[in-house]
Design a protein around this ligand. Structure first.
Ligand SMILES: O=P(O)(O)OC[C@H]1O[C@H](OP(=O)(O)OP(=O)(O)O)[C@H](O)[C@@H]1O
Ligand SMILES: O=c1cc[nH]c(=O)[nH]1
Ligand SMILES: [Mg+2]
Length: 210
């Protein structure tokens, strides 16, 4: 069964309020998305395995906790995932990076794939997937499927706003994938947009029109 982590932190909520605001311009939207991505990545990596090593400070030697394995691969779901993954890259600067290009048809709400690039390390290190919006869950389920097909032994999914419908769909398709989100919203509207949501994340990020 999927674990849903709704990350509770006032600094995260503060940024999300401004991100949601219809008056927030693209440049500010991207900056907030990156900051939110960094906070969520810290939460999503909290349980990464650690080991103990011996280090030497200027004064003495000591045992210290460090990562037991190389950083997981970071994967952005294009386009809006790019902005969120920016924060992930700040937290895990050595991590290899992959991209899954998906776009949702506005009428059928089905995603179609237009690109896929995955570094080979995904087969040993696993992945963290970034997409701000988990709406119907079709894009998330497809992106996870692609990363699994690339050989990832484990995947974490990081988003900003999730709808109950999307959480349920991802849990059904990929019950092994934990979800980390800044908010669990009410529902989808008749066009498949999350309510209250924040609108079209890709368009708001890059100043395009849907
Ligand atoms: O859960 P779903 O119903 O599949 O919807 C969520 C998807 O919609 C948005 O992308 P979009 O297709 O608008 O592409 P874009 O990022 O290029 O704007 C969003 O970033 C997700 O990928
Ligand atoms: O609310 C939504 C739903 C899908 N994609 C978005 O960008 N926003
Ligand atoms: Mg879009």
């Amino acid at each position: 069964m999927t674990t849903l982590h709704v990350v509770d932190h006032v600094l995260l909520a503060h940024r999300l309020a401004e991100l949601r605001d219809v008056a927030t311009p693209s440049a500010r939207f991207r900056k907030l998305l990156a900051e939110i991505g960094a906070i969520l990545t810290l939460e999503a990596t909290r349980s990464l395995p650690a080991r103990t090593t011996r280090i030497t400070t200027p004064l003495t030697a000591m045992e210290h906790r460090v990562l037991a394995a190389p950083e997981p691969v970071l994967v952005a779901v294009l386009r809006a995932g790019l902005g969120l993954m920016e924060g992930g890259m700040q937290v895990l600067p050595e991590a290899p990076v992959g991209h899954v290009g998906l776009v949702r048809d506005e009428h059928t709400l089905k995603p179609s794939q237009y690109m896929l690039r995955m570094p080979p390390e995904v087969r040993t290190r696993g992945a963290i997937l970034f997409d701000p919006m988990l709406a119907t869950g079709g894009s998330a389920a497809a992106a996870v499927q692609r990363v699994k097909e690339a050989g990832a032994p484990h995947i974490r999914f990081v988003c900003v706003v999730a709808a109950p419908e999307g959480v349920a769909r991802l849990a059904k398709a990929h019950p092994d994938v934990p979800v980390y989100t800044a908010a669990l919203d009410e529902r989808l509207d008749h066009r498949g947009f999350i309510l209250p949501g924040l609108g079209d994340a890709g368009d708001r990020c890059f100043g395009t029109e849907g």
